[in-house]
Design a protein around this ligand. Sequence first.
Ligand SMILES: C[S@@+](CC[C@H](N)C(=O)[O-])C[C@H]1O[C@@H](n2cnc3c(N)ncnc32)[C@H](O)[C@@H]1O
Length: 301
Amino acid sequence: MTKSLSRLFRREQMAFLGRDRSAWGPHLDRVRAFLGEGLQEADPVRPVLVLGAGSGLEVPWDLAPATTTGWDADPWSRIRTLARHRRWPPWVFEDMTGGLGELEAVARRCASEPWSRRWRNPEQAARRLTGLLPSLTPVPRALHAWIQDHQPGSILVANVMGQFGVVAQRLAEAILGPGAFEADPERADPLADALEAWTHRALRVFLTELRISGARLWLVHDCAVIFSEGGLDLGPWAEDWRGQLRAGGPSLEVHDPLAGLRVGEQLEACGTFQHRERWLWDLAPGQRHVVEALAWQPGPP
Ligand SMILES: C[S@@+](CC[C@H](N)C(=O)[O-])C[C@H]1O[C@@H](n2cnc3c(N)ncnc32)[C@H](O)[C@@H]1O
């Protein structure tokens, strides 16, 4: 991984940890209980992998078998885990999408003219990157190799999938300049659309790797970000989270961090769900995330 990517991960994680966490209590209790169950149910003699381990804010490392490895590209994540949990587990710092290095290299080529090395203006650079993005397909080679080598019995995915698109967008913005994206939300933004399609591909191949791993899966992720001041509540489970929504009215502004991908649909064909639940996470005033927790057992459905 390049130094600039590594720095970007560190900045993102610092921003995450620097947020006002006063209203996060109910979310942290539920996510720790869910991941804790995954760690306790893991076969303690087989390797266990925690993807998006971060600083362990959501991961109860005291319940993790000795065979557990953390995976997070933030260069400070392992040392923060030591500070928080007094654990120094084996760690992988690679990009788990496998596509960010290529995206970075292509964005840099778009940002300047190769013959003069002069910077292109952000709109021109954005048009070039938009044209090239459809040819980029992330391949999670490091993740594939790790799974092949270690044959984990359980894989926990700790609130990282919703970050794939955010990190890709921040990377493009850092290289091309803030003017690369359309500021007016009412107007079309081809670069944002092309990055969303890239994120969809990254998530699809990532989930394919998890599915073919043969491991028990414990996935927790944001499936929607809702911007509204009004009261919101979730009713009993429905396939689509919108079917669970109580109140809120027609004025909800919703962002899809999973770029149109339904995680349950991607996994359900070859196994059974042991656990399915969703809850609301009050991340900031007027910003609530719909969090989805799915535990999946491989084998015939
Ligand atoms: C929202 S935080 C999750 C917090 C974490 N579960 C905890 O308990 O602290 C997302 C984490 O995923 C990591 N991440 C995001 N995209 C990644 C990628 N493509 N490869 C590796 N790590 C990634 C970030 O560095 C960050 O620590």
